[in-house]
Design a protein around this ligand. Structure first.
Ligand code: NDP
Ligand SMILES: O=C(O)C1=N[C@H](C(=O)O)C[C@H](O)C1
Length: 267
């Protein structure tokens, strides 16, 4: 493990960003070298309302930040459009991206994989940092060997931009690696209201619920003759993601390619 990891955080005022500010500033081998925030460039973190009293420079523009600040890792907790640009630019400046932001396409992921390999630099895209959520995905992949029929129901707060969630997409991909292909439901089923059967990923259906009061929840429901199996994970707060962020930062320092999914670096 590196004994001093210099970190830039993008999105410090966000719901996840605030937790990450606490994590970085309270982890002895992390040094908080800069924050990236499009609204507060040129200020210091301590001058932003609601932020802790930390004298950390805030940059409004990624290229300036990445070229002026000596950093090992970028943690990005922003939006899909912004995270997509940040992860590319970070690698251009030889800064390892740890991307918690979700909503990327397969093309985005492959582009970052190619760039990380070209630079021989670590990168992590982690759709979910919660250890319990990683286990939910792994258990679902195990169950999919025995059950072909599965539907994913993900439930999130109503401020979420992307649907389905990054976790639901990753779960479907892990299941797809082992599940015998099947188009589920009745072959002649018809949606009387568009979207009634949810999104279709390789014949599996994904349903996205958005409600105030929720944080981050997912059920993976398998069905077989005379039985169902439900694997469920709930994040009750955003602190639940922080041990995974810490693990990802330490892991990315040892990598020379992209890892998509924290399950690939968990012991
Ligand atoms: N991997 C995981 O385990 C988890 C991932 N997530 C993902 O993390 C991301 C953030 O989630 P959450 O914290 O809930 O969202 P929030 O909307 O609370 O936070 C996003 C923050 O990004 C800021 N932002 C927007 N554009 C920029 C920019 N150009 N530079 C810097 N900051 C910018 C926003 O500022 P402003 O509002 O002023 O524009 C806002 O403060 C989402 O993609 C979400 O899906 C969430 C939870 C767990
Ligand atoms: O936006 C969120 O809140 C979350 N996003 C991630 C996702 O899209 O899977 C992780 C977690 O579910 C919370």
């Amino acid at each position: 493990m590196n004994n001093n990891v210099r970190i830039i955080l993008a999105g410090p005022r966000g719901k996840m960003g605030r937790e990450a500010v606490d994590l970085i500033s309270n982890t002895s081998h992390f040094t908080f070298v800069a924050a990236l925030d499009h609204r507060y460039g040129g200020s210091s973190l301590k001058d932003i309302e609601g932020m802790p009293s930390l004298d950390v420079p805030v940059y409004g523009e990624a290229d300036t930040c990445f070229s002026e600040v000596e950093a090992d890792v970028l943690i990005d907790l922003t939006t899909p459009d912004v995270g997509r640009v940040h992860m590319d630019k970070a690698l251009d400046h030889y800064i390892r991206p740890v991307i918690g932001t979700t909503g990327f396409s397969d093309e985005d992921i492959e582009r970052i994989r190619a760039k990380a390999e070209e630079k021989a630099l670590g990168a992590i895209i982690a759709p979910n940092f919660a250890v319990g959520a990683i286990l939910m995905m792994k258990f679902s992949q195990m169950a999919a060997k025995y059950f072909q029929d599965v539907e994913i129901i993900e439930k999130h707060h109503d401020q979420k931009l992307d649907a389905p969630s990054g976790t639901a997409v990753k779960t479907a991909k892990l299941i797809d690696e082992v599940r015998e292909k099947k188009a589920q439901g009745h072959p002649e089923e018809k949606e009387e209201l568009a979207g009634a059967r949810g999104a279709d990923y390789e014949g599996m259906h994904i349903h996205s619920m958005r409600l105030p009061g929720l944080i981050a929840h997912q059920e993976v429901v398998f069905g077989g003759e005379g039985q169902t199996l439900t694997i469920q994970h709930d994040s009750m707060n955003r602190a639940s993601f922080m041990p995974g962020v810490r693990l990802a930062v330490d892991a990315v320092m040892q990598l020379d390619t992209l890892v998509y999914g924290l399950e690939n670096v968990m012991e």
